[in-house]
Design a protein around this ligand. Structure first.
Ligand code: NIG
Ligand code: FE
Length: 437
């Protein structure tokens, strides 16, 4: 909320759409709501989730224009569309801030091998894992990648997702990394969702550079990033013994930063390398995974405003036992985001609501922290300050839920209480995914 801004601004008495009779989970802090409404201390009801009971919200040109208690709804012209909430909950549209949605093939047989006792690391070292998806992705056309990613996207959209981050990282050469980014951007252009695309060429060392990882890093820095920079918003890297060293990761991310891109990192997932704190010092938007993050690292993330993105799907599917240090993250007030990490290997998960349940049941997050992690903090993890909360000036991306309280959104596994989705103020609910189920 910017200085002096209030929830009561009446920019237009003739908005495009009124949302009336909703319970609105703004995801603002109580103090932000109170500051926003100094003249009406009792009219809004700042409880958990920044709740406004029975609110009316006006949207003009795809942006939230004003919000008032329902009893104060002004007269509007007859041609203004009115959406009736009838007591349903309205939240910001969900933001899935870490996915590998675009890929060729699948890794079901590798999953069976893991169930038979092989480890993720052993499979990767034997040329499977990420490299198996690289072979399938290189063999796929851009159209085929768009088609398969769109099928996965439909599940996410049906659960209230309105913004999604999509990484490359299964191409691992200039041509195929660009193909992946173009496919990701097309998924956004062809559907009612905003795509934030991220270059993850430093995901694995491709076979043609098998014993020469530094030469591959040089290719990334000298050719791939400079050529791909207009197709993406950020650069990411996987820092791990089975992927890239701290020095190699820093070299890639520094090049991305010098090219004007945001930076993110897959960090401290299987071992502690110290890269999360290093990337925070470089101004990274987020460090992701973080099972092996230390309390000292948390202090560095907090100091630099770097978001900790937790990925319970990978933790669950790899049957990890080391949990991210939630108490230390809380104590240091590090913003926590939660995402699906949808990918063919470590997290073949297309349900963000199931991921929300895992964040609570596996990591001990509260439902409110989880919803914040998929809205407000997920927006921070993408460097987007125009979404993730309900306030005047924010993009009118909403999910509507048939629940008695927002905590119920993640309560049942396998249910989908999302009954409506609005993207830029326009209804965009995707029913296709339900037919697929
Ligand atoms: O975020 N950690 C590395 N990358 C992905 C896994 C990719 C894969 O296994 O295909 C992740 O979990
Ligand atoms: Fe990932």
């Amino acid at each position: 909320m910017t200085e002096g801004q209030t929830l009561r601004i009446h920019r237009s008495n003739s908005p495009d759409t009124l949302f009336r009779g909703f319970k609105i989970a703004t995801m603002l802090e109580s103090s932000e709501l109170e500051n926003a409404q100094p003249d009406l201390p009792c009219a809004l009801n700042p409880t958990n989730y920044g709740t406004i009971e029975k609110g009316t919200l006006a949207v003009t040109d795809g942006v939230i224009d004003w919000i008032v208690p329902e009893s104060e709804t002004p007269q509007v012209p007859a041609d203004v569309e009115i959406i009736e909430g009838a007591g349903k909950w309205l939240t910001p549209g969900l933001i899935d801030c870490h996915t590998h949605l675009v890929y060729g093939g699948d890794r079901a047989s590798e999953w069976e091998a893991r169930l038979g006792g092989q480890s993720y690391q052993a499979i990767a070292k034997a040329g499977g894992g990420i490299l198996s998806s690289v072979r399938a992705t290189r063999a796929a056309s851009e159209d085929e990648l768009v088609e398969s990613a769109t099928k996965r996207l439909m599940y996410l959209l049906s659960e209230g997702v309105t913004t999604i981050e999509i990484k490359s990282g299964y191409g691992l050469d200039l041509e195929n990394e660009i193909k992946m980014l173009r496919a990701a951007n097309r998924v956004g252009a062809e559907n009612r969702v905003d795509v934030f695309s991220t270059l993850l060429s430093a995901h694995a060392v491709p076979p043609e550079f098998a014993q020469r990882p530094d030469d591959y890093v040089t290719l990334i820095c000298e050719e791939i990033i400079p050529t791909a920079k207009d197709e993406c918003h950020a650069v990411d890297a996987f820092c791990e013994s089975i992927a890239f060293s701290v020095e190699q990761t820093k070299r890639v991310l520094m090049t991305g930063k010098d090219c004007g891109l945001s930076i993110k990192v897959h960090a401290e997932q299987l071992t502690h390398t110290g890269i999360a704190a290093e990337v925070a010092k470089m101004g990274g938007l987020s460090a992701d995974h973080l099972e092996f993050l230390t309390a000292a690292d948390c202090a560095v993330l907090a100091e630099h405003g770097t978001v900790a993105t937790l990925l319970p799907g990978a933790f669950f599917c790899l049957q990890e036992t080391q949990k991210p240090p939630l108490e230390a993250l809380r104590n240091h007030h590090v913003p926590i985001a939660i995402a699906t990490d949808c990918n063919p290997g470590s997290s073949p998960v297309v349900s963000i609501l199931t991921i929300g349940n895992m964040a609570c049941n596996l990591f001990g997050m509260t439902p409110e922290e989880t919803l914040k992690g998929m809205t407000r903090n997920a927006a921070l993890a993408l460097g987007l300050n125009d979404r993730g909360v309900i306030k005047p000036g924010a993009i009118a991306d909403f999910a509507v839920w048939d629940v008695a309280s927002p905590g119920e959104i993640f309560y049942q596994i396998g249910a989908n209480p999302c009954v409506d989705v609005f993207k830029n103020g326009k209804r965009s609910r995707s029913w296709v995914a339900h037919e697929q189920r």
